[in-house]
Design a protein. Structure first.
Lengths: 283, 364
């Protein structure tokens, strides 16, 4: 068996899988997006740009996604970085593994069940009741952007913590000694050495969370109560409820294009941040 | 209380460092002279790196004091000490260019020095370590030897009162290491900065240092010039660590002033400088350097048979055997051998040594 043949054989399953499950469906979606809705729902072939012209009708979904996905990513980052820093740098190595497991434990339960828990916590009988018992008014939490963000941060935090943890854990501690030796106080060493060198982890974490958030639909559906919905929710609605497949396909294509543009811009930006290094992996 | 600022730039006074139950450094007393090249020499785990790290401010002494330029600095953190270090694996910042690495120290000063001034200093430092035009390069584009020069430039640009070098040559190959040793020595004279080197390589310490501080098990055994340590080792440890030596056990016959006489195996006598704790009538050890023994074909000395011979260029090293003395080494210069020619393994000859050539040490 020649090495070339062996390579081909080894790559064959992945190639077939990607062709069947990614490329082909994507082609179908693109073709559908130019079609028309059949009378009874579904798709009839056509070639029109009408679906794209109508995208404005789903503007709210795009707006929510494009606001809450970056904000959710940022919140995850702000909460995850100190946590990852503590785990990687400060925590007693004796407890480190246990603490890391605690970060993953919630993943052992379905996100659906955990979201139900949040519905209760944020609902009338949960935190708002507690607040009102304390005589601080009765805030409405469920079905608000706040509820959606809470669910997002809660659900995606580990995806942000781990890449940052890895990059901080790998950081050569002698570099911090060198920085101190050269006259830099600890906080400045953090800004000048630790932070830049953990950027690959930050970039990876942000990318993971952001991409998944752009396609999120479960958390907005459950904690947004139809008031705070994402593009994902619009797609579910278009394909399963109103059965307007061509319009749904156009929305999906628009989402893919937006993702491609933002992710490419983001990668450009982070690569510049990392000083043009080729060995800085983003994913 | 202040130190003797006239001649000493730094001092360890009874400095002790414990890590839990482990004593990494015990009661270190040492005065580092202004402008000298001092080496801490010893095997790994002897406390030499701990001593260096206490000077740098990475470790605070558990007991005792550290003085820098007359000031007690026990509680002064590393970033406030006028001391810089060349780390063992350089610890260069991978996200910065060569120039940014070198200017790092200057850029930490407050108020910040003007950019033009920093750039000029970087250019000078690069010139000093013979890496001009390498400023814009990335660290990972540099070879090991070049990285070391960058680490050196990053430290000397700050004009530290002490330049600490933690086994800086350990990662270089032999040829490069030798070149670097010469360069470091030249640089030290040129800059007039006090250098403190940590090494386990006795050759490195001997060739570069003005003074060497020999350590063992967290303690200083002896401090002195390379010549002192070679000619006047305090004990067997130092004699063994600095250069090669043959040791013969015996009894100290007499001790007069600094000179002792020892009767060794086969009633042979050894006369020479007496080390620490040598007393007449007590068991002792004669140390005889291989080059202090002469080997001839004649029969008017101590008879030996040649076991092995290693040609070293200018010198030849013989391993010889005598029934009383056992096996020992002789280093013969080419010149000394010119008349008689080489002895081959298996041949017999005789050896002799001058009175006073030996060192008489306590047998411990």
């Amino acid at each position: 068996m020649t090495p070339r043949l062996r390579t081909t054989l080894l790559l064959a399953p992945a190639t077939v899988w990607l062709l069947a499950m990614l490329v082909l469906p994507l082609v179908v979606v693109v073709v559908f997006s130019f079609g028309e809705r059949a009378a009874a729902g579904g798709y009839t072939p056509a070639f029109s740009f009408e679906n794209f012209a109508n995208l404005g009708a789903r503007w709210t979904a795009f707006k929510n996604t494009l606001m809450l996905a970056p904000v959710g990513t940022l919140l995850c980052l702000l909460i995850a970085y100190p946590l990852a820093y503590y785990l990687a740098v400060r925590a007693d190595p004796k407890w480190r593994t246990l603490l890391l497991i605690l970060v993953i434990v919630p993943f052992w339960t379905s996100i659906l069940i955990r979201s139900y828990a949040w519905i209760y916590l944020l609902g009338g009988q949960g935190i708002p009741k507690l607040v009102s018992l304390l005589g601080l008014g009765s805030p409405r939490l469920i079905n608000t952007p706040f509820a959606v963000l809470t669910g997002i941060v809660y659900g995606y935090l580990p995806l942000m913590v781990f890449p940052i943890y890895v990059s901080l854990e790998r950081l050569d501690k002698r570099l911090l000694e060198a920085s101190a030796d050269l006259g830099s106080p600890p906080w400045r060493s953090f800004l000048q050495v630790t932070l830049p060198l953990s950027m690959p982890g930050v970039a990876t974490g942000c990318m993971l969370v952001f991409i998944l958030l752009m396609g999120e639909f479960l958390i907005p559906a459950m904690l947004g109560g139809g008031k705070v919905f994402f593009v994902g929710n619009a797609l579910v609605d278009l394909f399963l409820q109103s059965r307007n497949w061509p319009f749904g396909a156009a929305v999906a294509v628009a989402l893919v294009v937006i993702m491609l543009v933002t992710v490419t811009a983001y990668m450009r930006f982070t690569r510049r941040w990392a000083g043009g290094r080729d060995d800085v992996s983003l994913m | 209380m202040t130190g003797d600022t006239e001649s000493s730039i730094a001092e360890l006074r009874g400095a002790t460092k414990r890590f839990g139950d482990v004593v990494a450094a015990r009661n270190l007393n040492l005065s580092i002279r202004r402008g000298e090249f001092l080496s801490f020499l010893g095997p790994s785990g002897c406390g030499k790196t701990t001593a260096l790290r206490m000077l740098a401010g990475f470790e605070a002494p558990t007991d005792g004091d550290i003085y820098l330029d007359g000031q007690r600095v026990n509680d002064v953190p590393a970033h406030q000490r006028p001391v810089n270090m060349v780390f063992q694996h350089y610890a260069l910042f991978p996200h910065l260019t060569v120039a940014e690495n070198i200017s790092y120290g200057l850029r930490q000063r407050r108020p910040k020095p003007p950019a033009a001034e920093v750039a000029a200093a970087v250019a000078r430092a690069l010139e000093t370590v013979r890496l001009p035009d390498f400023g814009p390069r990335r660290i990972w584009e540099m070879s090991g030897g070049q990285q070391q020069r960058v680490a050196l430039a990053r430290a000397i640009i700050n004009e530290p009162k002490l330049l600490l070098l933690d086994e800086p040559m350990a990662a270089l190959d032999k040829k490069l290491r030798h070149d670097m040793q010469i360069e470091l020595q030249t640089l030290q004279r040129q800059l007039g900065i006090t250098f403190v080197l940590v090494t386990h390589d006795q050759e490195e310490a001997l060739s570069m240092s003005d003074r060497i501080c020999i350590m063992r098990d967290g303690e200083i055994v002896q401090t002195g010039s390379p010549r002192d340590l070679y000619d006047r080792p305090k004990n067997r440890y130092v004699a063994d660590f600095v250069g090669k030596s043959n040791f013969f056990a015996g009894r100290v016959e007499s001790l007069e002033g600094e000179t002792a006489k020892l009767t060794g195996p086969g009633g042979l006598s050894f006369i020479g400088y007496a080390g620490d704790g040598v007393g007449a009538g007590q068991p002792g050890l004669a140390s005889l350097r291989p080059e202090q023994i002469s080997l001839t074909r004649g029969t008017d000395g101590v008879p030996v048979s040649v076991v092995n011979r290693i040609f070293l260029g200018e010198h030849t090293e013989y391993l010889v055997r005598n029934p009383d003395l056992g096996q020992f080494l002789i280093l013969a210069s080419r010149q000394a051998e010119a008349g008689e020619g080489n002895l081959e393994p298996g041949e017999t000859g005789s050896v002799r040594w001058r009175d006073g050539a030996a060192l008489i040490l306590k047998n411990d």
